[in-house]
Design a protein around this ligand. Structure first.
Ligand SMILES: [Zn+2]
Length: 479
C-alpha cells in the first residue's frame, strides 16, 4: 500500500509536464502513473486537480542565525533570524531545502578566535539546525581571509564527507581571499570534486569608490551601486573565471547583479567552462532608483542593485539559460537594524525573501514571460540541486527521489502582505507585490508540512543533506 498519492495534478518532471498521479512510500517517490492508476489503496490521497506540482524549492543561498556586523545593525549582538523562523517561512513559500553556510560566518571575525577544523565547524553548524528546522538543510563552507595550508589540507576530507561547495568573497576586508590563495583553493576543491561558490567583486574598485564617494560627500546609502558597481563585477567575474580555467575548477557565481556579469558567464560557458550563475529575486524587480525612496535601502543586498538594463539582463539570462538559479541571499533582521546604517559602508545587507522567491519567480517568469514550467523548476529547484550536488535526490519528481512536492495553485491572485508572511520580521520589501499563482501545499519527504496556510510540520523534520556534485557539472557547462 502506498502512504500517499498526489493525484491529478499537472506534474513537472525532468521529462516534461503531464497530468500524473504521484505515488509515495515513506519519504520517497516510488511511482508516477497516469491519472487513476495509483489511487486504489493509499493511506492518504491529495487531490491536486487544477494545481501544478513541482519539486520542492531549493534555496541555494541563505544566511540564518549568524551575527549581524555592529557597523550595519548599529548595535552589537544582533543575529539574523533563527532556523525555526527561516525554515518555517521557507516551507510556506514552497521551499523544502535550504542551503546555508558553515565556516567563517562573521563578516568581522575575531582575529584571535581559535581556528576550527572544517569538520568541527560543520558539526557545530549542524547543531544549530538539527531539531530547529522545518525543511532539509545543508551548508556551503565559507573560507575567509588568508586561508592557511592546514585548512586547505582539510578540503578533500570535507568533500568526502558531503560538503561539496566552498564559498569565498573577493571583497570585504578582512574576509576577502586574495587571488594567490584563491588559486590554491580552486585547485584543491577541483581535485577532490567540489565546486566553488564565489561572491565576486573587485576589491580595488570597491575600496577606491568608497574612499572617493566619502571624500566627495556622496557616501549616502542610495549610492551603493556606484561603489559595488558594474566595472567591479566585470573585472572580478573575469578574474575568477580566468583563475578557474587555470585551476580546472567549476564556479557557481552567487548573486550575479549586472549585465557585465551575465556576459562574462555566457562567454565562459561558450568556451566550455563549467560556470553557473545565480540571481537574487530582489534584483529582478528593483533598480538603484528605488534606493532613493524613503527607507529605500531595505531592498539592498550586497553587492548592489543596479540599473534597469542590468535587471533586464538578469531576467533574460534566467529565461535563456545563461543564468541557472534564483536565490534570496536570505538575511533577515528587524527593520530597525536593516535601516540603521544609511551610508555606503553601513547599510545592512540581505533581506527576508526566502518565502517570496518562488511566487515572485512564478509571476515574473511563468505568468509574465511564458517560461515553460520545466524551466521554472530548473531555476527554482533542479539546477541548484544539480550544481550543488543534491540531484536526483532533490530537484526532481521521479521514482527514487525524495518526495519533496509543492502544489502551486495557478489561479490564486493575491497581494503579498507582511501579515501573511511567516518570517521573524517586521517588514517585507515584497509587501504589495501582486502574485498570480501561489504555493498552497508543501510536502517534505512524504510529509505534508504546509497545507492551506497551516503549518503541519515540526521543527524536528529537517535533516542535514550530504552532497556530491556529478562529474558532468564539474567538467563542462552541463546545464
Ligand atoms: Zn550571501
Amino acid at each position: 500500500m502506498l502512504d500517499l498519492v498526489v493525484k491529478g495534478g499537472q506534474v513537472v518532471t525532468p521529462q516534461g509536464v503531464a497530468r500524473l498521479d504521484i505515488g509515495v512510500q515513506g519519504e520517497t517517490i516510488v511511482a508516477l502513473g497516469w491519472p487513476g492508476t495509483l489511487t486504489s489503496d493509499a493511506a492518504r490521497t491529495v487531490d491536486a486537480s487544477g494545481k501544478i506540482v513541482v519539486p520542492g524549492g531549493i534555496e541555494p543561498h541563505a544566511h540564518i542565525a549568524i551575527p549581524v556586523p555592529e557597523i550595519w545593525a548599529g548595535t552589537p549582538d544582533v543575529m539574523t533570524q533563527p532556523p525555526e523562523a527561516a525554515t518555517r517561512a521557507a516551507a510556506f513559500g514552497g521551499v523544502t531545502t535550504v542551503v546555508d553556510f558553515a565556516g567563517d560566518l562573521s563578516l568581522t571575525p575575531d582575529p584571535n578566535a581559535p581556528r576550527m577544523a572544517i569538520a568541527q565547524a560543520v558539526e557545530r553548524r549542524r547543531d544549530v539546525f538539527r531539531g530547529h528546522a522545518y525543511t532539509d538543510f545543508t551548508f556551503h563552507y565559507i573560507l575567509a581571509g588568508e586561508v592557511v595550508p592546514e585548512t586547505i589540507g582539510q578540503i578533500g576530507e570535507a568533500i568526502q564527507d558531503g560538503v561539496a561547495s566552498f564559498k569565498i568573497f573577493t571583497t570585504f576586508r578582512p574576509i576577502r581571499v586574495p587571488y594567490g590563495h584563491l588559486s590554491r583553493i580552486f585547485e584543491e576543491v577541483a581535485k577532490h570534486g567540489g565546486i566553488m561558490a564565489v561572491h565576486a567583486e573587485e576589491d580595488d574598485v570597491v575600496t577606491y569608490m568608497t574612499e572617493t564617494l566619502k571624500r566627495e560627500g556622496r557616501a549616502q546609502g542610495h549610492n551603493l551601486h556606484l561603489v559595488h558597481n558594474n566595472l567591479s563585477e566585470d573585472l572580478a567575474f573575469r578574474h575568477v573565471i580566468r583563475l578557474a580555467r587555470h585551476a580546472g575548477s567549476a564556479i557557481y557565481f552567487v548573486h550575479t547583479t549586472a549585465k557585465e556579469g551575465v556576459a562574462a558567464i555566457a562567454e565562459a560557458r561558450a568556451a566550455g567552462q563549467p560556470v553557473y550563475g545565480e540571481a537574487l529575486h530582489n534584483y529582478l524587480e528593483f533598480t538603484c532608483e528605488d534606493y532613493k525612496k524613503p527607507g529605500g535601502t531595505a531592498i539592498h543586498t550586497y553587492p548592489a542593485i543596479k540599473f534597469p538594463d542590468d535587471r533586464d539582463a538578469l531576467l533574460a539570462g534566467l529565461m535563456d539559460g545563461r543564468l541557472a538559479t534564483t536565490a534570496t541571499d536570505e538575511y533577515t533582521t528587524h527593520k530597525a537594524y536593516k535601516l540603521a546604517g544609511d551610508t555606503i559602508e553601513t547599510v545592512c545587507g540581505g533581506h527576508n525573501g526566502i518565502e517570496t522567491r518562488m511566487p515572485v519567480a512564478f509571476k515574473k517568469f511563468v505568468v509574465e514571460r511564458n517560461m515553460p514550467l520545466t524551466r521554472f523548476v530548473d531555476i527554482t529547484s533542479a539546477n541548484a540541486a544539480r550544481i550543488l550536488g543534491l540531484f536526483p535526490r532533490k530537484g526532481a519528481i521521479r521514482p527514487g527521489s525524495d518526495a519533496d512536492l509543492v502544489l502551486i495553485d495557478p489561479a490564486v491572485k493575491k497581494t503579498i502582505a507582511l501579515s501573511d508572511l511567516h518570517a521573524d520580521a517586521d517588514y517585507s520589501i515584497w509587501d504589495g507585490f501582486a502574485c498570480h499563482g501561489y504555493p498552497v501545499m508543501t510536502i517534505l519527504r512524504g510529509k505534508v508540512i504546509v497545507e492551506n496556510g497551516k503549518l503541519l510540520g515540526s521543527s524536528s523534520d529537517g535533516k542535514w543533506l550530504p552532497r556530491r556534485v556529478s562529474g558532468d557539472i564539474l567538467s563542462r557547462p552541463a546545464l
